[in-house]
Design a protein around this ligand. Structure first.
Ligand code: ATP
Length: 236
């Protein structure tokens, strides 16, 4: 097991954002993490990356606790993440933005490595373009290339399909599968775009109001009455 989240509880004042959440992620899979708005998905990412300390529970990577690793040590443990909102340096080129991902590790990553990361997301030809000039969906791919510079074993993607058009979502699905198959990456994917989640995930966990309500292969989870009710019961 690469990642193990066990009985994690986290409260914000009176809100129980995570209520005894447990799930495992095997090495080399795409693991979907879904649930209605406010279910606790981003909070799970923030616990794994040590931005939030849980009130109870344990998180282990490769059998060793992550909870004793400070937030700035998470990249060195092999975890990289992208965020819901784009966070690129607008005045810098695509290549420069990707190179920044290597600097966060405290090592100066070479241009060749950055170009390789851009190639994985299909953007090597745009390396010299200013990041701000790119369409939104392309900027999101630059962010993923930047995360790859940390050479993670576990990649956390927070709503990568948000704001993408149909073709961009298809391309995103293709390269998520390539990351898994060609780079042996393990990916934890938070996403509202259901057809993408169902297409690329090997396994899906479902949260609702901070609790895990279902876990299993995509088709099984999609047909689970508790999951259908959680989605239908929420006015989005
Ligand atoms: P979405 O799909 O809308 O992004 P989510 O499943 O990622 O939702 P979270 O952002 O993890 O949900 O939020 C879970 C709950 O915790 C919500 O009720 C949210 O308001 C609350 N919450 C999250 N972060 C904080 C915080 N820093 N302070 C107070 N409450 C918070």
């Amino acid at each position: 097991m690469l990642l193990s989240v066990r009985d994690v509880t986290l409260r914000f004042g009176g809100i129980v954002a995570l209520d005894g959440v447990s799930f495992d992620v095997s090495r080399g899979v795409v693991s979907g993490l879904i649930g209605p708005n406010g279910a606790g998905k981003t909070t799970v990412f923030n616990v794994i990356t040590r931005l939030y300390a849980p009130d109870a529970g344990e998180v282990e990577l490769d059998g060793k606790s992550l909870l004793r690793t400070p937030a700035h040590g998470i990249v060195r443990r092999g975890i990289a993440r992208t965020f819901q909102n784009i966070n690129l340096f607008r005045s810098m080129s695509v290549l420069e933005n990707v190179l920044v991902g290597g600097h966060s590790l405290g090592r100066s990553a070479g241009e060749r490595e950055a170009l390789e990361a851009l190639d994985v997301v299909g953007l090597a030809p745009l390396a010299g373009k200013p990041a701000a000039a790119l369409p939104y969906g392309t900027q999101k791919r630059v962010e993923i290339a930047r995360a790859l510079m940390a050479q993670p074993t576990l990649l956390l993607l927070d709503e990568p399909a948000g704001g993408l058009n149909h073709e961009e979502v298809e391309a995103l699905g293709d390269f998520i599968l390539r990351l898994r198959d060609e780079r042996a990456l393990t990916i934890l994917l938070v996403e509202h775009h259901m057809s993408l989640v169902m297409r690329v995930s090997d396994h899906v966990n479902v949260l609702s109001f901070g609790r895990k309500i279902a876990s299993g292969p995509p088709a099984q989870v999609q047909a689970d009455p508790a999951v259908i009710e959680a989605y239908l019961g929420v006015q989005e």
